[in-house]
Design a protein around this ligand. Structure first.
Ligand SMILES: Cc1cc2nc3c(=O)[nH]c(=O)nc-3n(C[C@H](O)[C@H](O)[C@H](O)COP(=O)(O)OP(=O)(O)OC[C@H]3O[C@@H](n4cnc5c(N)ncnc54)[C@H](O)[C@@H]3O)c2cc1C
Length: 355
Protein backbone atom coordinates (compact mmCIF):
# COMPACT_ATOMS: atom_id res chain seq x y z
CA UNK A 1 0.00 0.00 0.00
CA UNK A 2 1.24 3.52 -0.87
CA UNK A 3 0.16 6.52 1.24
CA UNK A 4 1.04 10.19 0.92
CA UNK A 5 0.90 12.53 3.91
CA UNK A 6 0.53 16.23 3.08
CA UNK A 7 1.92 18.56 5.75
CA UNK A 8 5.07 18.25 7.86
CA UNK A 9 3.74 19.58 11.18
CA UNK A 10 3.49 17.29 14.20
CA UNK A 11 0.21 15.69 13.06
CA UNK A 12 1.54 14.83 9.60
CA UNK A 13 4.84 13.52 11.01
CA UNK A 14 3.13 11.31 13.59
CA UNK A 15 0.75 9.91 10.96
CA UNK A 16 3.68 9.20 8.62
CA UNK A 17 5.71 7.46 11.34
CA UNK A 18 2.80 5.34 12.58
CA UNK A 19 1.95 4.29 9.00
CA UNK A 20 5.59 3.32 8.34
CA UNK A 21 5.62 1.26 11.56
CA UNK A 22 2.78 -0.73 9.99
CA UNK A 23 4.89 -1.54 6.92
CA UNK A 24 3.08 0.94 4.68
CA UNK A 25 5.09 2.82 2.05
CA UNK A 26 4.82 6.52 2.99
CA UNK A 27 5.84 9.79 1.36
CA UNK A 28 5.44 13.08 3.23
CA UNK A 29 5.24 16.33 1.28
CA UNK A 30 5.73 19.69 3.03
CA UNK A 31 5.31 23.03 1.27
CA UNK A 32 8.01 24.79 3.34
CA UNK A 33 10.18 23.02 5.89
CA UNK A 34 9.26 20.50 8.57
CA UNK A 35 7.93 21.86 11.87
CA UNK A 36 7.91 25.45 10.65
CA UNK A 37 4.28 26.45 11.32
CA UNK A 38 1.82 25.91 14.18
CA UNK A 39 3.72 22.96 15.62
CA UNK A 40 6.75 25.06 16.54
CA UNK A 41 4.70 28.01 17.85
CA UNK A 42 2.96 26.23 20.72
CA UNK A 43 3.08 26.89 24.46
CA UNK A 44 5.42 23.84 24.62
CA UNK A 45 3.09 22.00 27.00
CA UNK A 46 2.36 18.29 27.05
CA UNK A 47 -0.82 18.65 28.99
CA UNK A 48 -4.30 17.37 29.59
CA UNK A 49 -5.56 20.93 29.47
CA UNK A 50 -7.04 21.72 32.88
CA UNK A 51 -9.09 24.55 31.40
CA UNK A 52 -10.81 22.23 28.87
CA UNK A 53 -12.74 20.77 31.80
CA UNK A 54 -14.68 24.06 31.84
CA UNK A 55 -15.88 23.19 28.31
CA UNK A 56 -16.71 19.61 29.46
CA UNK A 57 -14.08 18.10 27.12
CA UNK A 58 -13.51 15.13 29.44
CA UNK A 59 -12.50 12.68 26.72
CA UNK A 60 -9.93 15.06 25.25
CA UNK A 61 -8.45 15.67 28.71
CA UNK A 62 -8.29 11.92 29.41
CA UNK A 63 -6.63 11.16 26.05
CA UNK A 64 -4.22 14.06 26.45
CA UNK A 65 -3.12 13.04 29.95
CA UNK A 66 -2.44 9.52 28.72
CA UNK A 67 -0.50 10.83 25.73
CA UNK A 68 1.41 13.34 27.89
CA UNK A 69 2.89 10.34 29.69
CA UNK A 70 3.78 8.62 26.43
CA UNK A 71 6.04 11.52 25.46
CA UNK A 72 7.52 11.90 28.96
CA UNK A 73 8.38 8.21 29.12
CA UNK A 74 9.58 7.67 25.56
CA UNK A 75 11.51 10.88 24.90
CA UNK A 76 12.87 11.95 28.32
CA UNK A 77 15.74 13.99 26.82
CA UNK A 78 13.37 16.44 25.08
CA UNK A 79 10.58 16.55 27.66
CA UNK A 80 10.23 17.28 31.38
CA UNK A 81 7.63 17.34 34.14
CA UNK A 82 6.35 20.74 35.25
CA UNK A 83 5.00 21.45 38.71
CA UNK A 84 2.73 24.32 37.87
CA UNK A 85 1.69 27.00 40.41
CA UNK A 86 -1.84 28.39 40.24
CA UNK A 87 -1.97 31.35 42.65
CA UNK A 88 -5.32 32.35 44.15
CA UNK A 89 -6.11 35.98 44.95
CA UNK A 90 -9.03 37.64 46.71
CA UNK A 91 -11.60 38.62 44.05
CA UNK A 92 -9.93 36.43 41.37
CA UNK A 93 -11.92 35.54 38.22
CA UNK A 94 -12.73 32.03 39.53
CA UNK A 95 -13.66 30.91 43.02
CA UNK A 96 -10.97 28.91 44.88
CA UNK A 97 -13.36 26.00 45.43
CA UNK A 98 -14.34 25.81 41.76
CA UNK A 99 -10.65 25.55 40.90
CA UNK A 100 -10.19 22.92 43.61
CA UNK A 101 -13.05 20.94 42.03
CA UNK A 102 -11.41 21.26 38.58
CA UNK A 103 -8.08 20.00 39.96
CA UNK A 104 -9.85 17.16 41.75
CA UNK A 105 -11.41 16.08 38.41
CA UNK A 106 -8.05 16.54 36.66
CA UNK A 107 -6.52 14.06 39.13
CA UNK A 108 -9.42 11.63 38.65
CA UNK A 109 -9.37 11.85 34.85
CA UNK A 110 -5.56 11.32 34.97
CA UNK A 111 -6.22 8.00 36.70
CA UNK A 112 -3.11 5.88 36.34
CA UNK A 113 -1.48 8.55 34.20
CA UNK A 114 -1.13 11.14 36.95
CA UNK A 115 2.34 12.55 37.67
CA UNK A 116 1.39 13.73 41.15
CA UNK A 117 -1.84 14.89 42.80
CA UNK A 118 -2.58 18.60 43.22
CA UNK A 119 -1.97 20.24 46.58
CA UNK A 120 -2.76 23.50 48.34
CA UNK A 121 0.14 25.80 49.17
CA UNK A 122 -0.31 28.42 51.90
CA UNK A 123 0.41 32.10 51.30
CA UNK A 124 3.53 31.84 53.51
CA UNK A 125 4.91 28.80 51.65
CA UNK A 126 4.15 30.46 48.32
CA UNK A 127 6.05 33.60 49.30
CA UNK A 128 9.16 31.41 49.69
CA UNK A 129 8.55 29.29 46.56
CA UNK A 130 7.61 32.27 44.38
CA UNK A 131 9.44 35.39 45.54
CA UNK A 132 8.71 37.02 42.14
CA UNK A 133 4.93 36.92 42.68
CA UNK A 134 2.87 39.95 43.72
CA UNK A 135 1.48 39.09 47.20
CA UNK A 136 -1.18 41.84 47.40
CA UNK A 137 -4.49 40.01 47.93
CA UNK A 138 -2.77 36.59 47.65
CA UNK A 139 -4.59 33.82 49.56
CA UNK A 140 -2.34 30.90 48.61
CA UNK A 141 -2.18 28.66 45.59
CA UNK A 142 -2.44 25.19 44.11
CA UNK A 143 0.36 23.10 42.68
CA UNK A 144 -0.38 20.51 40.01
CA UNK A 145 1.63 18.61 37.40
CA UNK A 146 1.90 18.67 33.63
CA UNK A 147 4.60 18.13 31.00
CA UNK A 148 6.80 20.39 28.88
CA UNK A 149 8.75 19.86 25.67
CA UNK A 150 10.90 21.59 23.11
CA UNK A 151 8.29 21.46 20.34
CA UNK A 152 10.68 21.95 17.41
CA UNK A 153 13.30 19.45 18.62
CA UNK A 154 10.67 16.88 19.61
CA UNK A 155 8.98 17.20 16.21
CA UNK A 156 12.33 16.76 14.46
CA UNK A 157 12.94 13.68 16.64
CA UNK A 158 9.67 12.22 15.26
CA UNK A 159 10.82 13.11 11.73
CA UNK A 160 14.09 11.24 12.34
CA UNK A 161 12.26 8.14 13.61
CA UNK A 162 9.93 8.29 10.61
CA UNK A 163 12.81 8.55 8.14
CA UNK A 164 14.66 5.69 9.86
CA UNK A 165 11.53 3.59 9.44
CA UNK A 166 11.33 4.36 5.72
CA UNK A 167 9.24 7.54 5.31
CA UNK A 168 10.37 9.55 2.28
CA UNK A 169 10.23 13.25 3.21
CA UNK A 170 10.18 16.04 0.63
CA UNK A 171 10.39 19.67 1.78
CA UNK A 172 9.56 22.70 -0.44
CA UNK A 173 6.82 20.70 -2.14
CA UNK A 174 3.37 22.30 -2.31
CA UNK A 175 0.48 20.01 -3.14
CA UNK A 176 -1.85 21.97 -5.40
CA UNK A 177 -4.73 19.54 -5.83
CA UNK A 178 -6.04 16.23 -4.57
CA UNK A 179 -8.95 14.02 -5.64
CA UNK A 180 -11.18 11.28 -4.27
CA UNK A 181 -9.40 8.57 -6.32
CA UNK A 182 -6.04 9.19 -4.62
CA UNK A 183 -4.44 11.48 -7.23
CA UNK A 184 -2.38 14.45 -6.12
CA UNK A 185 -0.83 17.25 -8.17
CA UNK A 186 2.48 18.87 -7.21
CA UNK A 187 5.32 20.45 -9.19
CA UNK A 188 3.11 20.08 -12.29
CA UNK A 189 3.13 16.27 -11.88
CA UNK A 190 0.24 13.95 -11.00
CA UNK A 191 0.78 10.86 -8.81
CA UNK A 192 -1.64 8.22 -7.54
CA UNK A 193 -1.70 6.81 -4.00
CA UNK A 194 -3.91 4.35 -2.15
CA UNK A 195 -4.63 7.02 0.47
CA UNK A 196 -3.98 10.75 0.86
CA UNK A 197 -3.68 12.15 4.40
CA UNK A 198 -4.54 15.85 4.46
CA UNK A 199 -2.55 17.00 7.52
CA UNK A 200 -2.22 20.64 6.44
CA UNK A 201 -3.30 22.00 9.85
CA UNK A 202 -4.70 25.53 9.35
CA UNK A 203 -4.47 25.02 5.55
CA UNK A 204 -6.48 21.75 5.49
CA UNK A 205 -9.68 23.43 4.22
CA UNK A 206 -7.73 25.57 1.74
CA UNK A 207 -6.32 22.43 0.06
CA UNK A 208 -9.81 20.94 -0.13
CA UNK A 209 -11.30 24.18 -1.54
CA UNK A 210 -8.51 24.44 -4.14
CA UNK A 211 -9.38 20.86 -5.15
CA UNK A 212 -13.10 21.65 -5.48
CA UNK A 213 -14.26 19.89 -2.28
CA UNK A 214 -15.88 20.96 0.93
CA UNK A 215 -15.20 18.96 4.10
CA UNK A 216 -17.75 18.17 6.77
CA UNK A 217 -16.09 20.40 9.39
CA UNK A 218 -15.45 24.13 9.27
CA UNK A 219 -12.14 25.36 10.68
CA UNK A 220 -11.91 28.42 12.90
CA UNK A 221 -8.38 29.78 12.62
CA UNK A 222 -7.33 31.28 15.95
CA UNK A 223 -3.92 32.90 16.34
CA UNK A 224 -2.03 32.59 19.60
CA UNK A 225 0.99 34.75 20.41
CA UNK A 226 3.85 34.44 22.89
CA UNK A 227 6.56 36.77 24.14
CA UNK A 228 9.88 35.81 25.76
CA UNK A 229 11.85 37.67 28.48
CA UNK A 230 15.44 37.01 29.48
CA UNK A 231 15.91 34.83 32.60
CA UNK A 232 13.62 32.24 34.17
CA UNK A 233 10.61 32.77 36.45
CA UNK A 234 10.92 31.12 39.90
CA UNK A 235 8.16 28.59 38.99
CA UNK A 236 5.99 27.58 36.02
CA UNK A 237 2.70 29.48 36.41
CA UNK A 238 -0.87 28.79 35.32
CA UNK A 239 -2.59 32.18 35.62
CA UNK A 240 -6.01 33.75 35.16
CA UNK A 241 -6.03 36.95 33.14
CA UNK A 242 -7.40 39.96 34.98
CA UNK A 243 -9.04 41.45 31.87
CA UNK A 244 -11.11 38.48 30.70
CA UNK A 245 -10.48 35.52 33.00
CA UNK A 246 -8.65 33.62 30.24
CA UNK A 247 -5.91 31.21 31.25
CA UNK A 248 -2.35 32.16 30.30
CA UNK A 249 1.05 30.70 31.14
CA UNK A 250 4.35 32.08 32.43
CA UNK A 251 6.87 29.28 31.99
CA UNK A 252 10.58 28.66 32.25
CA UNK A 253 11.82 27.81 28.77
CA UNK A 254 15.44 27.32 27.67
CA UNK A 255 16.68 29.57 30.50
CA UNK A 256 14.15 32.33 29.70
CA UNK A 257 10.50 33.20 30.47
CA UNK A 258 7.80 32.26 27.98
CA UNK A 259 4.52 34.21 28.33
CA UNK A 260 1.41 33.30 26.37
CA UNK A 261 -0.97 33.02 24.85
CA UNK A 262 -3.78 34.92 23.11
CA UNK A 263 -6.83 33.94 21.01
CA UNK A 264 -7.47 36.14 17.96
CA UNK A 265 -9.08 35.21 14.63
CA UNK A 266 -6.56 34.94 11.76
CA UNK A 267 -6.96 35.29 8.01
CA UNK A 268 -4.36 33.11 6.26
CA UNK A 269 -3.74 35.84 3.66
CA UNK A 270 -2.26 38.03 6.42
CA UNK A 271 1.14 37.51 8.10
CA UNK A 272 1.04 35.25 11.16
CA UNK A 273 2.64 37.51 13.78
CA UNK A 274 1.82 38.92 17.24
CA UNK A 275 -0.07 42.24 16.99
CA UNK A 276 0.73 45.25 19.20
CA UNK A 277 -2.59 44.69 20.96
CA UNK A 278 -1.70 41.08 21.85
CA UNK A 279 1.72 42.15 23.13
CA UNK A 280 0.14 44.89 25.27
CA UNK A 281 -2.34 42.32 26.63
CA UNK A 282 0.41 39.84 27.58
CA UNK A 283 2.55 42.56 29.19
CA UNK A 284 -0.43 43.88 31.17
CA UNK A 285 -1.37 40.44 32.44
CA UNK A 286 2.25 39.54 33.29
CA UNK A 287 2.75 42.82 35.18
CA UNK A 288 -0.47 42.24 37.09
CA UNK A 289 1.11 39.16 38.73
CA UNK A 290 4.83 39.87 39.02
CA UNK A 291 6.91 42.34 41.03
CA UNK A 292 9.54 42.67 38.33
CA UNK A 293 7.58 44.85 35.86
CA UNK A 294 8.30 44.44 32.13
CA UNK A 295 7.98 46.68 29.08
CA UNK A 296 8.30 46.02 25.35
CA UNK A 297 12.08 46.61 25.63
CA UNK A 298 12.35 43.46 27.81
CA UNK A 299 10.96 41.26 25.02
CA UNK A 300 13.81 39.28 23.45
CA UNK A 301 11.63 37.18 21.13
CA UNK A 302 8.00 36.93 20.05
CA UNK A 303 6.14 34.47 17.86
CA UNK A 304 2.64 33.45 16.81
CA UNK A 305 0.93 30.34 15.48
CA UNK A 306 -2.55 29.52 14.19
CA UNK A 307 -4.72 26.93 15.88
CA UNK A 308 -6.83 24.95 13.41
CA UNK A 309 -9.94 24.56 15.59
CA UNK A 310 -13.24 23.02 14.65
CA UNK A 311 -15.83 25.78 14.62
CA UNK A 312 -18.07 25.46 17.69
CA UNK A 313 -18.49 28.92 19.31
CA UNK A 314 -18.40 32.59 18.33
CA UNK A 315 -16.10 33.28 21.30
CA UNK A 316 -12.57 31.92 20.55
CA UNK A 317 -11.97 30.99 24.21
CA UNK A 318 -14.99 28.67 24.19
CA UNK A 319 -14.16 26.81 20.96
CA UNK A 320 -13.65 23.14 21.69
CA UNK A 321 -10.18 21.66 21.16
CA UNK A 322 -11.35 18.23 19.93
CA UNK A 323 -10.07 16.84 16.65
CA UNK A 324 -11.85 14.94 13.87
CA UNK A 325 -10.69 12.51 11.21
CA UNK A 326 -12.89 12.47 8.09
CA UNK A 327 -12.76 10.00 5.21
CA UNK A 328 -13.75 11.27 1.72
CA UNK A 329 -13.05 8.60 -0.89
CA UNK A 330 -9.27 8.05 -0.75
CA UNK A 331 -8.72 11.27 1.20
CA UNK A 332 -8.42 11.32 4.98
CA UNK A 333 -8.79 14.84 6.37
CA UNK A 334 -7.46 15.83 9.77
CA UNK A 335 -9.19 18.73 11.48
CA UNK A 336 -7.67 20.19 14.64
CA UNK A 337 -5.55 18.07 16.95
CA UNK A 338 -3.38 19.11 19.85
CA UNK A 339 0.39 18.63 19.90
CA UNK A 340 0.02 16.36 22.94
CA UNK A 341 -2.39 13.98 21.18
CA UNK A 342 -0.60 13.89 17.79
CA UNK A 343 0.81 10.36 18.19
CA UNK A 344 -2.62 9.02 19.16
CA UNK A 345 -4.08 10.77 16.11
CA UNK A 346 -1.43 9.00 13.99
CA UNK A 347 -2.44 5.62 15.46
CA UNK A 348 -6.13 6.36 14.76
CA UNK A 349 -5.37 7.22 11.13
CA UNK A 350 -3.56 3.85 10.75
CA UNK A 351 -6.60 2.07 12.20
CA UNK A 352 -8.88 3.80 9.69
CA UNK A 353 -6.68 2.77 6.77
CA UNK A 354 -6.23 -0.81 7.91
CA UNK A 355 -9.89 -1.27 8.95
C1 LIG B 1 -0.41 29.50 20.25
C2 LIG B 1 -0.60 28.01 20.30
C3 LIG B 1 -0.25 27.33 21.46
C4 LIG B 1 -0.43 25.95 21.51
N1 LIG B 1 0.01 25.29 22.59
C5 LIG B 1 -0.12 23.96 22.68
C6 LIG B 1 0.42 23.26 23.78
O1 LIG B 1 1.05 23.83 24.66
N2 LIG B 1 0.22 21.90 23.82
C7 LIG B 1 -0.48 21.24 22.86
O2 LIG B 1 -0.67 20.02 22.98
N3 LIG B 1 -0.96 21.88 21.76
C8 LIG B 1 -0.78 23.22 21.64
N4 LIG B 1 -1.23 23.89 20.55
C9 LIG B 1 -1.89 23.12 19.47
C10 LIG B 1 -0.87 22.49 18.54
O3 LIG B 1 0.30 23.28 18.44
C11 LIG B 1 -1.47 22.32 17.14
O4 LIG B 1 -2.75 21.77 17.24
C12 LIG B 1 -0.61 21.43 16.26
O5 LIG B 1 0.73 21.91 16.26
C13 LIG B 1 -1.15 21.38 14.85
O6 LIG B 1 -0.24 20.65 14.08
P1 LIG B 1 -0.47 20.37 12.54
O7 LIG B 1 0.55 19.42 12.09
O8 LIG B 1 -1.90 20.01 12.32
O9 LIG B 1 -0.30 21.83 11.85
P2 LIG B 1 1.03 22.58 11.37
O10 LIG B 1 2.11 22.46 12.36
O11 LIG B 1 0.63 23.96 10.99
O12 LIG B 1 1.47 21.77 10.08
C14 LIG B 1 0.76 21.84 8.86
C15 LIG B 1 1.80 21.82 7.77
O13 LIG B 1 1.16 21.66 6.51
C16 LIG B 1 1.92 22.37 5.55
N5 LIG B 1 1.08 22.60 4.37
C17 LIG B 1 -0.02 23.38 4.29
N6 LIG B 1 -0.54 23.33 3.06
C18 LIG B 1 0.25 22.49 2.34
C19 LIG B 1 0.21 22.04 0.98
N7 LIG B 1 -0.74 22.42 0.12
N8 LIG B 1 1.19 21.19 0.55
C20 LIG B 1 2.17 20.77 1.41
N9 LIG B 1 2.23 21.18 2.70
C21 LIG B 1 1.28 22.01 3.17
C22 LIG B 1 2.32 23.64 6.31
O14 LIG B 1 3.43 24.27 5.69
C23 LIG B 1 2.61 23.11 7.70
O15 LIG B 1 3.98 22.82 7.88
C24 LIG B 1 -1.01 25.26 20.42
C25 LIG B 1 -1.35 25.97 19.27
C26 LIG B 1 -1.12 27.32 19.20
C27 LIG B 1 -1.42 28.06 17.94
Amino acid sequence: MKVVVIGGGINGLCCAWQLALNNISVSLLEKGSLMSQTSRSSSKLLHGGLRYLENFEFNLVYESLKERNWWLENVPDLTNELHMILPIYENGPRNRWIIKLGLFFYDIVSGGYNISKHKWISKEELAILSPDLNTKGLIGGFQFSDGQMDDYKLGMWVAEQAENDGVKIMNDTTVEKIDLDGNITFNGEEKKYDYIINACGPWASELLNNSGFKGKYKLDLIRGSHIIFKGEPSQPYFLQAEKDGRIFFVLPYNGNTLVGTTEVRQNLNNPIAPSDKEIAYLLHEYNNYFLNQKTTTDIIEKFAGVRPLISSSSNPKNIKREYKIETMGKIINIYGGKWTTSMLLGRKVVKKILA
